[in-house]
Design a protein around this ligand. Structure first.
Ligand SMILES: Cc1cc2nc3c(=O)[nH]c(=O)nc-3n(C[C@H](O)[C@H](O)[C@H](O)COP(=O)(O)OP(=O)(O)OC[C@H]3O[C@@H](n4cnc5c(N)ncnc54)[C@H](O)[C@@H]3O)c2cc1C
Length: 301
């Protein structure tokens, strides 16, 4: 049996060869060599330090709603902060830990009469994942509400950064190169019932347009500037295209669905075929939005 290289106090929170597919919304992929469920900043720091000291690759998993994990699994450490999920509201500011669900944050802000994050209603996953991906949609993105973020940066240091110091892009941010611990978000005063209604309306729009109840990782590809990847995929005749258990949704061209027995390699091959067809028809090379693991390790080992 593989030895547990983590400090003894962390052993109850370390699992060896832990299956990951059920921790993703796409439901594919193999196990993590080590899976650590952190319950405190000290757990996170010990995990990062151990990975660094013995040269293990490190990845952070949130709600797994934007992940495609290789069938062979992930060498090294997969760190989860899902137990670190406190949300505290102070006036128009929200202090939220990375492991909180984004939907819980949205509901809490609405209930407290705090306007802003309702624009993120219906986006699955955690606050940490949303910050790492700069999650959002037509009504806004999480960066719009960030005041500052506390994270372990790629050099392994605990750091607080204001929004202006963070590189946020379209469905991406530099925060995915470290470990987000907590964020301070800024809202505006609002009327509770209006905010609850607004969040519900945005959620309903998403439910009507997307295959929400099926196994997917959301949009597989980013929208090219000024264009809709879903529409391009549709016009390229990809809807219904299938590889193994993976298929392009016939409701939304940018969603790749696991119909039940898909493997990661089916999804990747389907993404390759879609990219090829779109390139042939539209002359545009689509870029993946979904994060494919194992990619590069977070912190330089
Ligand atoms: C049905 C469906 C609908 C979706 N709709 C939208 C949408 O409208 N808009 C949108 O933007 N996205 C959407 N997504 C994609 C996904 O929900 C978002 O990207 C989400 O923010 C990912 O969060 P997560 O916690 O699940 O992250 P994960 O999928 O677990 O991880 C994604 C990335 O974030 C990193 N990460 C996670 N937690 C941390 C942390 N604490 N510190 C540092 N890095 C971290 C991971 O390492 C990885 O690189 C949708 C997905 C689904 C399945």
């Amino acid at each position: 049996m593989t030895a547990n290289p983590f400090p003894r106090r962390l052993h109850p929170r370390v699992r060896i060869s832990e299956p990951l597919s059920n921790r993703t919304t796409l439901r594919v992929g193999g196990p993590a060599e080590y899976f650590v469920e952190a319950t405190s900043l000290r757990d996170v720091a010990d995990t990062v330090n151990t990975a660094h000291e013995i040269g293990l690759p490190l990845h952070v998993i949130g709600g797994g709603s934007n992940l495609l994990i290789a069938d062979e699994g992930i060498p090294g450490v997969v760190l989860s902060l899902h137990c670190m999920k406190k949300i505290n509201v102070f006036g128009a500011k929200v202090h939220v830990q990375a492991g909180a669900k984004l939907s819980t944050l949205v509901n809490r802000c609405s209930a407290e009469g705090l306007a802003g994050p309702q624009s993120l209603a219906g986006i699955p996953g955690s606050v940490g994942g949303a910050l790492a991906m700069n999650a959002g949609g037509r009504y806004g993105e999480i960066a719009d509400y960030v005041e500052r973020v506390i994270w372990i940066n790629p050099q392994g240091e605990l750091e607080s950064r204001y929004k202006e110091e963070i590189d946020f892009g379209y469905r991406i941010s530099e925060l995915r190169h470290g470990v987000v611990i907590e964020a301070v978000l800024q809202g505006a005063p609002g009327e509770r019932s209006e905010l609850i209604g607004r969040a519900r309306e945005i959620l309903q729009q998403k439910l009507a347009a997307q295959p929400y109840s099926e196994f997917s990782a959301g949009c597989a590809f980013k929208n090219p500037i000024g264009q809709s990847a879903g529409r391009m995929i549709d016009l390229a005749g990809c809807k219904g295209l299938r590889v193994g258990g993976a298929t392009v949704s016939d409701r939304h061209g940018n969603f790749i669905i696991n119909t039940g027995d898909a493997r990661a390699r089916d999804v990747l091959e389907l993404m390759r075929q879609v990219t090829q067809r779109v390139l042939e028809v539209h002359g545009v090379e689509l870029q993946p939005e979904v994060q494919v693991w194992p990619g590069r390790s977070l912190l330089a080992a």
